[in-house]
Write a protein that binds this ligand. Structure first.
Ligand code: HT7
Ligand code: ZN
Length: 864
C-alpha cells in the first residue's frame, strides 16, 4: 500500500486561481464541465507536469487553451498534463453516476436529491483537479437541471443569476468570492424548503440564514436555526470573527458519512444534527445540534478562511474548532456539565485509541487513507492540547494569540506550527517543549503523591508517556495542572494554583497548610492525562461532597468507583462487599459519596445527574493492562444493583420529585429529566419489578422524547412483558421518522438484556433495516460494538457480528465500514480467550481478496 509521509510535503508545481464548473444534473448521470485557469507556482519545484487527481472517473474531453490536448496521460487514477509557460486554460469534461455512489463521497443521490461531500478527497470523484488543500481557487458554478425534480439549486457563495430553460429545465449561477480548496466545494439540488432568519453582523451587514430540509420537516428546524444565529453572535464576541458572505445555507441530508460538513456558505448536515422537536429529540440531541451547528459555523474562520496546508495538519482546523464549539456550548448552557461530558467523550473514545494499535499523534506522520484520521485523537485530544495553551496563557492573552493567528494567516493554507508560533507570539508563552504534544502519541501517565511537613504540603509528580506504534521512546511534556488544597475542617481552600510539570519528575511546595490537606488536582481536567494519585478513599468521599470545582467532584466520584470496581474484579467480592482477603473493597465509600450527592440540596440537578453516571466498561478496561470485559461488566452491574437496593428510598424520592417537574427546556427542567433517568436506572437495578413499573408508567406519561427514551432504555434491559409493549408502541408512534426509528434500533442493540444478541440478529432482518444508510447501520451495529454485554459475549458472537458487518459494508461504504474495525483492534488489551476470537475476525477480514484502502489500513495496523 502507498504510504503518504508528512515530511515528503512538496508545494504544488501549478496553482489554480480560478475554476468555472458547469453541471448538467441528473440522478442517474450528471455531466460536469470544468474550466481551470492554471498558473505556474513561483514557490513550486518548476515541474511542467500538472497532476489532476481523479477517482473512478475518466475524461470525456481534455483541452488546453481551447484545443484538444495531446500531451496528457493517466497515472493510475490521475490525469497528468505537460505544460510549458506560465498560464493556461484547461477544459475537462466528465460524467458521474450519483445514484450508484454508495460511498457517499463526491456527488451522490440521497432521497432523490443530489448533494456532494468533498472532504477529504471527494472532489476528485467529480472532476479532475489538484485535489489538495493548499490549492485555493475562486469558484463560479453553473447548475442546470429539471425544475420539477430539482426546484432548489444551491452552491457556495452567492447566487448571481437564475433562469428558465427549455423542456422544464432551469439553471442557476453561483459565485464564491473567497478562494477555497476543493474540499470546501459543495452543491445541492432537490426539493427543499427553508426556515429563514436574518442576522446583522458586528459591522452592520445583513446575512440571510437558511436551514433547508425536505418538505414536512420544516417545523423541526427552529433549534438549528437559533443555534446558528447564536453561534454567529458568539464568534463575534468570543473570537472577534465576523461572517463574510450575504448568505449562509445549511442543508439536511439523510445519507451522510459523518456529522456535517463546513463547505463555504453551504454547510451540509446529517439530518440527525438538524431536526429536533421535543416529541422526537432528547435533551442530548438538542445539545448535539447546538454543538455541531456551532462547530461547522466556526470552521468559517478556523478551517475556511485559514485552511490546512496538507491533511497532516487536520488538527489545525479540527482541534481548534472543537475547542471553539466546546467553549460555545459551555457559554450557552452549563460550563461544568459541558466539561464533564467532554472529558467523558475523551476518555471513552480517545484514551483507548491512544493506548491501542491505531495510536497516532494529533499531527500524524503518515497515513494510507486520510479518512481514517478523522479520529478522536485529531479532534478531541487536538482540542485539549489547544485548551492547555489557553489555560497556561489565560483567556485574554490566548485571545491575543488567536487574533494574531487569524490576521497572519487569513487566506492561507497553514500548518500546526504556524498556529503554535502565533499563539507563542501573541501570548508571550514559550511553547518550545509544548510542541511535543503535536508529535508524540500516547496518554501521559502522571503519578502524584503528597506529604505534609510543618505547615507545608509537598507534592511530588512523575510523568511517563507510554510507547506507541512507531514511537518507542518519549520525552516528558509540559503538563499544566490546576491544584487546590482543601482544609478538611473548613472544607475550603485558599485559592487554586496552576503548576506546570515539564520534567519527568518534579516537586511543588504549598506553604500555609497547618493540617494535612485534601488534594484536588487536575481540576477542570486541565491536562489530558491519566492520573494516579495516592489518596485514601476518605479524601475522595470528601472531594465528592465538598469540592467547589464540579468537575473535581465528578472526578472524585469516578475515582472511587473505578478503584472499587478494579479491586472487585482483581480480588473477587462476596455479597458483604469484602474481597477474598477479607478487605473492604471501597464499596461503602462509593455509597457514602452517592448519598452526599443525592442529599446535597444546593447542587444543580444537571450536575447531580452527571455525578451519578457510572464509568463505562471501556473506561474501566483502560485502567488495566489486560482486561476481562465480562468480569468488569458484571462487577459494574453488581455495584449498580447494590447501590440501587441500598439507596432505594433516596432514588425513589429523586424519581418522584423529578417526575413532578413539568416539561421545559430550561436548565432546571432538563436537570430534573436527567435525574429522573439516572434514578430510574438505579431503581431498576436494585428492584427490577419496581423499576419495570416505574419505567412503564414514565413511558406512558412522557410528553417528550427524553423521558420516553430513558424509560424505554430501562425497559429494554429487563426481561418483562412491558418491554415488548413499549417497544411496539414506540415503533408505531414514530413510524416513518427515520431518526426516531434509529433510536429504536440503537436502544435495543445497546441494552444489557440477557438475550441482546438474539435481538440484534432479529433486528437485522427487520424491514426498516438497511446497511446502505450510515445512520441506520450505526444505530444497530455501532450500538452493538459499544455494548460490552453484546460485543464481548464470551461466545465470540459479538465479534463475529462486527467482523461480518465490516466485510459486508466495505464494498458499499468503506469509510463507514472502517469505523467498526477499532473495536476489534483492541484485542491485545483483552483477556486471552476473547483476544483470540477478536484476532480471528480481523484475520478473516484481512484474508478477503478485495478490500478498500480504508479497511485494509485499519485491519493491518490492528493485527500488526
Ligand atoms: N470537516 C468535516 C469532515 C467530514 C468528513 C470527512 C471524511 C468523510 C466525510 C466527511 N464529512 C465531514 C466535518 C467536521 O469536522 O466539521
Ligand atoms: Zn470540524
Amino acid at each position: 500500500p502507498q504510504v503518504i509521509h508528512r515530511e515528503d510535503y512538496l508545494a504544488p508545481a501549478w496553482l489554480v486561481p480560478e475554476i468555472a464548473l458547469s453541471f448538467r444534473l441528473g440522478v442517474e448521470e450528471t455531466h460536469v464541465c470544468s474550466k481551470l485557469t492554471v498558473t505556474r507556482n513561483p514557490d513550486g519545484n518548476g515541474s511542467d507536469v500538472l497532476r489532476l487527481n481523479g477517482d473512478q472517473i475518466s475524461p470525456l474531453v481534455v483541452k488546453v487553451d481551447g484545443r484538444a490536448a495531446r500531451d496528457w496521460r493517466m497515472d493510475g487514477p490521475d490525469l497528468l498534463l505537460e505544460l510549458d509557460g506560465e498560464r493556461h486554460a484547461i477544459e475537462i469534461e466528465t460524467l458521474v453516476q450519483p445514484v450508484t455512489n454508495t460511498q457517499l463521497m463526491g456527488l451522490y443521490a440521497s432521497n432523490g436529491m443530489l448533494c456532494t461531500q468533498c472532504e477529504a478527497e471527494g472532489f476528485r470523484r467529480i472532476t479532475f483537479f489538484p485535489d489538495r488543500p493548499d490549492v485555493l481557487s475562486t469558484y463560479s458554478v453553473r447548475m442546470e437541471g429539471n425544475k420539477a425534480r430539482f426546484p432548489i439549486l444551491l452552491s457556495n457563495g452567492n447566487c448571481t443569476a437564475r433562469g428558465e430553460g427549455a423542456e422544464g429545465r432551469h439553471w442557476a449561477h453561483w459565485h464564491d468570492p473567497w478562494p477555497k480548496p476543493s474540499y470546501l466545494f459543495a452543491l445541492v439540488a432537490g426539493n427543499l424548503v427553508a426556515n429563514t432568519a436574518r442576522f446583522t453582523t458586528m459591522s452592520g451587514r445583513q446575512v440571510e440564514c437558511n436551514v433547508w430540509v425536505r418538505p414536512g420537516d420544516e417545523n423541526r428546524t427552529q433549534h438549528a436555526l437559533d443555534s446558528l444565529i447564536a453561534a454567529m453572535k458568539w464568534d463575534e464576541e468570543a473570537f472577534g470573527r465576523e461572517y463574510d458572505l450575504d448568505l449562509f445555507n445549511i442543508v439536511a441530508v439523510s445519507d451522510f458519512n459523518m456529522g456535517a460538513m463546513e463547505n463555504k456558505g453551504l454547510n451540509i448536515f446529517n439530518t440527525r444534527y438538524v431536526l429536533a422537536e421535543p416529541d422526537t429529540a432528547t435533551d442530548a440531541d438538542y445539545d448535539a445540534i447546538e454543538s455541531v451547528v456551532g462547530h461547522e459555523y466556526f470552521h468559517n474562520w478556523s478551517g475556511n478562511r485559514v485552511t490546512c496546508r496538507d491533511w497532516f495538519q487536520l488538527s489545525l482546523k479540527e482541534g481548534f474548532t472543537v475547542l471553539r464549539d466546546q467553549l460555545f456550548s459551555a457559554d450557552m448552557g452549563s460550563e461544568a456539565v459541558k466539561r464533564i461530558e467532554d472529558v467523558r467523550i475523551l476518555r471513552g473514545g480517545q484514551f483507548p485509541e491512544d493506548s491501542g494499535p491505531l495510536a497516532h499523534p494529533i499531527r500524524p506522520d503518515s497515513y494510507q487513507e486520510i479518512s481514517n484520521f478523522y479520529t478522536s485523537t485529531v479532534y478531541n485530544k487536538g482540542a485539549e492540547v489547544i485548551r492547555m495553551m489557553r489555560t497556561m496563557a489565560g483567556e485574554e492573552r490566548f485571545r491575543k494569540g488567536t487574533d494574531l493567528y487569524f490576521e497572519r494567516h487569513d487566506g492561507e493554507a497553514a500548518t500546526c506550527e504556524d498556529f503554535v508560533r502565533a499563539i507563542e507570539d501573541g501570548t508571550g508563552l514559550d511553547l518550545g517543549r509544548f510542541r511535543l504534544w503535536y508529535s508524540q502519541a500516547g496518554t501521559p501517565r502522571v503519578a502524584i503523591a503528597m506529604r505534609h511537613e510543618g505547615d507545608t504540603a509537598i507534592l511530588t509528580a512523575d510523568q511517563a508517556v507510554p510507547a506507541t506504534p512507531g514511537q518507542a521512546i518519549k520525552q516528558p511534556m509540559p503538563i499544566p495542572l490546576r491544584v487546590a488544597l482543601f482544609d478538611r475542617e473548613t472544607a475550603s481552600h485558599s485559592g487554586e494554583r496552576l503548576i506546570v510539570l515539564d520534567k519527568a519528575s518534579d516537586t511543588f511546595r504549598f506553604e500555609g497548610c497547618p493540617r494535612p490537606p485534601v488534594l484536588s488536582v487536575n481540576r477542570g481536567f486541565s491536562a489530558p492525562v491519566a492520573l494516579e494519585v495516592e489518596r485514601p478513599d476518605a479524601d475522595l468521599v470528601f472531594l465528592a461532597a465538598h469540592d467547589d470545582d464540579p468537575f473535581a467532584r465528578y472526578e472524585a466520584m469516578q475515582s472511587l468507583i473505578v478503584r472499587h470496581l478494579i479491586r472487585a474484579v482483581s480480588a473477587g467480592l462476596d455479597e458483604t462487599g469484602l474481597d477474598k482477603t477479607g478487605r473492604e473493597a471501597g464499596r461503602d465509600a462509593v455509597r457514602q459519596a452517592c448519598e452526599a450527592v443525592l442529599a446535597d440540596e444546593a447542587l444543580e440537578d444537571l450536575i447531580r445527574g452527571e455525578l451519578l453516571i457510572l464509568p463505562t466498561v471501556a473506561y474501566l478496561s483502560e485502567q488495566l493492562l489486560v482486561a476481562d470485559p465480562g468480569a468488569l461488566h458484571q462487577a459494574r452491574e453488581a455495584l449498580k444493583a447494590w447501590l440501587g437496593a441500598e439507596l432505594l428510598d433516596s432514588f425513589r424520592a429523586l424519581h418522584d420529585r423529578a417526575s413532578a417537574v413539568p416539561f421545559g427546556r430550561d436548565a432546571a427542567a432538563r436537570g430534573a429529566r436527567k435525574c429522573k433517568a439516572q434514578s430510574l436506572v438505579y431503581i431498576a437495578a436494585g428492584d427490577p419489578a419496581e423499576g419495570a413499573r416505574r419505567a412503564f408508567a414514565q413511558y406512558r406519561a412522557a410528553d417528550n422524547m427524553s423521558d420516553r427514551q430513558s424509560a424505554l432504555t430501562v425497559l429494554c434491559g429487563l426481561d418483562v412483558p412491558e418491554r415488548e409493549e413499549a417497544l411496539a408502541d414506540f415503533h408505531k408512534r414514530h413510524e416513518g421518522n427515520a431518526l426516531v426509528i434509529d433510536k429504536w434500533f440503537s436502544l435495543q442493540a445497546g441494552s444489557f438484556h440477557p438475550r441482546v444478541l438474539d435481538h440484534i440478529r432479529t433486528l437485522a432482518q427487520h424491514g426498516d433495516f438497511t446497511l446502505s444508510n450510515p445512520n441506520r447501520a450505526r444505530a444497530l451495529y455501532m450500538s452493538a460494538a459499544l455494548n460490552p454485554k453484546a460485543f464481548h459475549d464470551a461466545s465470540g458472537e459479538g465479534y463475529a457480528m462486527i467482523g461480518e458487518i465490516v466485510r459486508r459494508l466495505d464494498p458499499i461504504n468503506p469509510q463507514t465500514a472502517a469505523r467498526f474495525v477499532p473495536a476489534l483492534g483492541r484485542w491485545r488489551r483483552i483477556e486471552p480467550d476473547r483476544a483470540r476470537l477478536m484476532r480471528a475476525e480481523l484475520e478473516e477480514i484481512a484474508a478477503l481478496p478485495t478490500l478498500s484502502r480504508d479497511v485494509r489500513e485499519q485491519v493491518t495496523k490492528s493485527l500488526g
